[in-house]
Design a protein around this ligand. Sequence first.
Ligand code: HEM
Length: 164
Amino acid sequence: MRAAVSLGIVAVICALLVVVTPPAWALWIKALHVVAVISWMAGMLYLPRLFVYHCGVVPGSEASETFKVMERKLLRAIINPAMVVAWIAGLWLAWTSFRFQGGWLHAKLALVLVLSGLHGYYSAAVRAFAENRNLKSARFWRVMNEAPAVIMVIVVILVVVKPF
Ligand code: HEM
């Protein structure tokens, strides 16, 4: 429900920006998009690494409480806002420069939706760790750490090379 409301708000902001922002701003918006994407990806690669370390400490210990603070702050101060800005700037570019046309763009959007789903999964894990009810192993989080990296490589190739 919260995700649906957030997506609705992002869609409204994008529609407003398309109306009030001149297409000549495209390069500035693209720069903003790349900065947001870098921040989003940095967090998405670091958070599961924190989960790996968090699995190795006793629930309720001082180290565990420190990891909880680090995970919450990383999610709220960096990952969430960076994802919102990446989506808003990306959708603006997709409409203004490409009218949502192109196989590479459709493939990219599909992968970014998967990435956003992963983001939601990580958010739920932050809540589970905060309540000492994570049941997943360090090995699981080590494997999950690779998923955003693989998606990122394919997305960058799609948007830069535009192979189809
Ligand atoms: C959140 C949804 C996203 C949308 C709607 C979106 C859409 C776009 C669009 C339309 C462009 C302009 C492409 C061009 O002018 O040739 C762009 C640029 C770019 N995007 Fe995204 N993108 C999103 C997320 C991402 C993610 C997650 C990554 C990396 C992991 C990424 C990496 C890039 C890069 C590196 C560029 C610059 C490409 C260039 O100018 O050569 N984007 N994006």
